[in-house]
Design a protein around this ligand. Structure first.
Ligand SMILES: Nc1ncnc2c1ncn2[C@@H]1O[C@H](COP(=O)(O)OP(=O)(O)OP(=O)(O)O)[C@@H](O)[C@H]1O
Length: 367
């Protein structure tokens, strides 16, 4: 656990970068510091590993004031990842990753073996190990930066806008990769970004800072979207807050209709009498094929010959209400198909049920 206890930083020229910051970054969680340019995010992060020293208050790492630990010892337990990776250009990738193990006096073989293991962990091909940083893409370099920070297996990771220099698609995959890694490693991570979407995606808890280094709100992403503390936070969260909130409402509470699904081998005549305008057709293994309109049903034969309209599906045990809504919008029937992890249809969530779920979600939001 990292504790900021009434921490301030006044630079020698009088700039107050951080002013009375108090917050906890719990062990094993990702705490994101987010806010506009100049609000003191980087300064706050650097006070943890003493690249910058606080001028007021205390920062405690598992109860120990970081000011009482000499910086090299302190940094051995703290990985640090920065924008554009900050790799040594004249060192091969494997040696970049092994930097800290070398500093710790590991022998070359062990350090390199650890580096190779980490390259694989962050999703990089072993063939890249012998290259130099300039021979890698921006996204690959960022992965190397993460691998390097993890090399000595530090319990704490500080990440300062690590993904902001790459394009949005690469950024999204780096974010996914970080979440996957974190589910295995459970590091205590403090992550700095100015991108609120990144904060909401990655943070277990998000600290929104305002200029002058003051905490505006500390909350889970769902709480932040549902109940912004004030106009500054509301504006910083930006548009689509209502829709984005739905990503945090689980879809597993949605009621299913199981009577609207028919196998493609069924005789059209046997389902003609249904009162429903649309039926979901599934294959022999229960996987969705599409929607069939009652009025298109032939007089005889199976459903195999009937053209099926496109559908949207969501995984009920995993996906959110937002995914369910998206699935409904992709279906001409206006209903969403709920599938299990293997892609087999569990049932149909009707538009009425979605309406009711949206009303319940709106009732839960007061912000
Ligand atoms: N060494 C320094 N000397 C004087 N002022 C500084 C110094 N470093 C940062 N500052 C100032 O402190 C304030 C906070 O800077 P900091 O880099 O912590 O903000 P930030 O939120 O990380 O900003 P950005 O998102 O633009 O990187 C800014 O006003 C900045 O100009």
């Amino acid at each position: 656990m990292i504790t900021f206890d009434d921490v301030s930083k006044r630079y020698p020229d009088g700039t107050v970068a951080v002013d009375g910051l108090t917050l906890h970054a719990p062990t094993g969680e990702i705490t994101v510091l987010v806010g506009p340019s100049g609000c003191g995010k980087t300064t706050s992060l650097r006070m943890v590993n003493r690249m910058v020293d606080a001028t007021g208050g205390r920062i405690l790492l598992d109860g120990v004031d970081v000011r009482t630990v000499d910086p090299p010892t302190l940094r051995r337990g703290i990985g640090y990842v920065i924008q554009q990776a900050g790799l040594f250009p004249h060192r091969k990738i494997v040696d970049n990753v092994a930097t800290v193990p070398y500093l710790l006096g590991w022998d070359r073989k062990r350090a390199r073996a650890r580096a190779m293991e980490l390259l694989e962990r962050v999703g990089l091909d072993a063939g890249l190990a012998g290259r130099y940083p300039f021979q890698l893409s921006g996204g690959q370099q960022q992965r190397v930066g993460v691998a390097r920070a993890l090399a000595a297996d530090p319990p704490v990771l500080l990440m300062d806008e690590p993904f902001s220099a790459v394009d949005p698609i690469v950024r999204a995959s780096l974010q996914d990769e970080l979440l996957r890694l974190q589910s295995e490693l459970n590091k205590t991570i403090v992550f700095v970004t100015h991108d609120i979407d990144e904060a909401i995606k990655l943070g277990d808890r998000v600290a929104v800072l305002r200029v002058g280094g003051r905490l505006a709100q500390l909350a889970s992403p769902a709480e932040l979207l549902a109940e912004p503390a004030d106009d500054f936070v509301r504006e910083f969260l930006g548009r689509d807050r209502g829709i984005r909130r739905l990503s945090f409402v689980p879809g597993d509470g949605l009621r299913l209709r199981t009577d609207l699904t028919v196998p493609v081998s069924a005789e059209a005549a046997s389902v003609r009498g249904t009162a429903e305008p649309w039926l979901a057709v599934v294959d022999g293994e229960g996987r969705p094929l599409g929607w069939v309109a009652r009025e298109d049903l032939p007089d005889s034969g199976t459903l195999a010959g009937v053209p099926a309209a496109p559908y949207g599906a969501f995984v009920r045990e995993r996906d959110s209400l937002r995914s369910a809504l998206d699935a409904a919008l992709l279906s001409p029937s206006g209903n969403a198909l709920a599938v299990d992890g293997a892609g087999r249809v569990e049932g149909v969530v009707t538009r009425d049920e979605l309406d009711a779920a949206l009303a319940r979600a709106a009732g839960g939001a007061r912000g």
